[in-house]
Ligand binder design. Structure first.
Ligand code: ATP
Ligand code: MG
Length: 585
């Protein structure tokens, strides 16, 4: 393959585009890989398409090698199967829906579990047909609340999605492990620095689920690691170890105190110490019970309901964790105070919530026998020795509190949690029978009785992976593609119009014949300086500068990653590059 810059659909930009906030987005735009075409929709320009195709091919090869079979479902689908699975309402505003000319409702598929289950039901009848795994590489549509950072979070994006069908748990686990291992090979081949973390199961339900996160400060996900064991989890999935429960009757009786003008935890702690409430002057925020009111709307429900979450006062509620915990219900900040006079703003305690029929979920640290300083449900008043299991009983437990670096590891208990940010490039689930139940996918079992297959599903954000690679492989001059995904293997720069141009084109043709992907900068109206700057911006791993020293028989080899430059006799350069290429393939 030989691309000539003189005719290539490419305009590099000197300046950073105004609305591009993260490095990958800025560089993919500036170096001419993508172009915004619609809100959350991007056109892949020739160089970008080459990278996208290479990433796609690495993924396809690996999926095929573990025995997955490629199919291609329609993206435009009727509503019925998604109604049957409950996801028509569960996905809510996140799906694009449309009505055809006959008035029938459709959607643009956000993911294809329903179709995979129906296809297997359609074609397979016997246990002998299993196990089977189908995959596709296809455009997905989601009406994201916050499309962001170009192809990192689009409303239309390319996904590899796979669906495994097994007859028993052991089979599902084996399929899951096979995909987990394949994903590790894929992300390694893509040059990504990634971590496999425990995930919240989110929209899918099901049991085990892990995400593959590419570490970068601009990632939307935050994940933890442990200083002493292998535990790694998305903060959404971090669990809190509950302390041992105590005797709820081993505490003093509740006392109510006048605490005017203390609507915040800090003001309350200051007053409690100044006054020596309950005979103590060592109150800290962690001794207080903070009660946060949220509004929760279940999918399809007419009305949202208030929910109160109780947690130690030194911690904030992390809304992303609440959302993950309550999914598919949606969560918002509560603002309907006038309609709920029983909820005393700033002075709310859990004591009366059960009486008012309001759901109260508490942090794991709020165990039976813990005693708290909290609101007395009267303006300007707080209560001491409000004891869990005596004065209130939560309706359940919720992982809602923020996770902090230094928190104890929930897995080993010895280490401390460290935190990093990352981009979710892949997600694997042991789904179970949710979708085979929805469509009664039954096949004849070995004993003549019907058996119902159990599913796994496995996604990779293909277009997002391109951005993640760019995020991890760039410097202040531009992109620095890993060789395995670079749009071309070599960038030839004709630094001069005469013999240099002819020599560069000649070398380019011979390299292309040897199987290399070659980009030749054969532009005649552009200075050598501009060509060098563009080459660094575009980020192809190797450049060959055909310049002044051509007359003496030399060209210069440049390595984009190391910046190393070497003079090489023209006579040797073909062998150097083509030889290295032969060894790779
Ligand atoms: P996110 O939490 O980032 O919204 P998700 O958990 O909803 O993603 P999945 O349903 O797990 O996404 O989809 C599988 C993969 O598809 C994700 O791991 C991610 O790499 C990719 N992906 C999801 N949404 C987008 C999007 N809007 N743009 C680009 N890639 C996406
Ligand atoms: Mg996911």
């Amino acid at each position: 393959m030989l691309l000539r810059m003189s005719t290539l659909l490419l305009r590099t930009l000197r300046e950073d585009p105004a609305d591009a906030e993260v490095p990958s987005h800025r560089l993919l735009l500036r170096a001419g890989y993508v172009r915004r075409a619609a809100p959350g929709g991007y056109t892949w320009l020739p160089l970008g398409k080459l990278v996208l195709d290479r990433v796609t091919e690495i993924i396809r090869t690996e999926m095929t090698s573990i025995g997955d079979q490629e199919v291609h479902f329609p993206a435009l689908l009727p509503a019925e199967p998604y109604r049957a699975s409950g996801r028509w309402t569960e996905y809510g505003d996140d799906i694009f829906t449309l009505t055809d000319r006959k008035g029938a409702e459709h959607l643009l598929a956000p993911t294809h579990e329903e179709m995979a289950a129906l296809l297997v039901k359609d074609l397979f009848t016997s246990y002998r047909d299993f196990p089977v795994t189908l995959f596709q590489i296809q455009t997905k549509f989601r009406d994201e609340a916050r499309p962001r950072a170009g192809v990192l979070r689009g409303r239309e994006f390319l996904m590899k999605d796979a669906y495994s069908f097994d007859l028993d748990e052991a089979g599902l686990r084996a399929a899951y492990d096979r995909h987990r291992a394949a994903y590790a090979r894929i992300f390694t081949a893509l040059g990504l620095d990634f971590t496999t973390v425990h995930a919240a199961s989110g929209a899918m339900g099901g049991s085990a689920s892990e995400e593959f996160l590419a570490a970068t400060p601009v990632g939307e996900d935050t994940f933890v690691g442990c200083t002493s064991c292998a535990y790694a989890a998305n903060t959404e999935a971090v669990t809190t170890r509950a302390p041992a429960a105590g005797d709820p009757h081993a505490h003093r009786a509740t006392e109510v105190h006048d605490t005017p003008e203390t609507p915040t935890i800090a003001s309350l702690v200051e007053l409690a110490n100044a006054r020596g409430l309950a005979g103590r002057t060592d109150w800290t925020a962690a001794d207080t019970l903070k009660n946060v009111v949220l509004t929760v709307r279940r999918p399809g429900a007419e009305q949202a309901e208030p929910l109160v979450i109780g947690l130690p006062g030194d911690r904030d509620v992390d809304l992303k964790r609440v959302e993950a915990a309550l999914h598919p219900a949606t969560v918002a900040v509560f603002d309907d105070w006038p309609a709920h006079p029983e909820l005393v703003r700033g002075y709310l305690g859990p004591q009366l919530l059960a009486k008012h029929g309001i759901c109260y979920l508490a942090d794991a640290r709020v165990v039976t026998g813990t005693s708290w300083l909290t609101g007395a449900n009267e303006p300007g008043r707080h209560a001491t020795d409000v004891v869990c299991g005596r004065d209130f009983t939560p309706d359940g437990s919720i992982e809602a509190a923020e996770v902090r670096p230094g928190d104890p590891c929930p897995a080993c208990g010895d280490g401390e949690l460290t935190m990093r940010r990352g981009i979710e490039v892949g997600h694997i689930f042991q789904l179970g029978r949710r979708f085979t139940d929805a469509f009664a996918v039954d096949v004849l079992g070995p004993q003549g009785k019907p058996v119902r297959p159990t599913m796994g599903c496995y996604g990779i954000g293909v277009s997002r992976a391109v951005a993640a690679i760019a995020e991890q492989h760039h410097d202040d001059r531009g992109l620095v593609w890993p060789a395995a995904v670079a749009p071309c293997d070599v960038h030839l720069i004709a630094a001069g119009k005469g013999p240099q141009l002819d020599a560069a084109l000649d070398l380019g043709e011979r390299l292309a014949e040897a199987g290399l992907r070659v980009l030749v900068d054969d532009r005649t109206h552009v200075s050598a300086g501009v060509k060098f700057t563009d080459a660094e911006l575009i980020g192809i791993p190797r450049a060959v500068v055909v310049g002044r020293r051509l007359a003496e028989g030399y060209v210069e080899l440049r390595d984009r990653a190391t910046g190393e430059r070497t003079e090489v006799p023209v006579a040797d350069v073909w062998e150097r590059l083509a030889g290295a290429h032969r060894e790779r393939v």
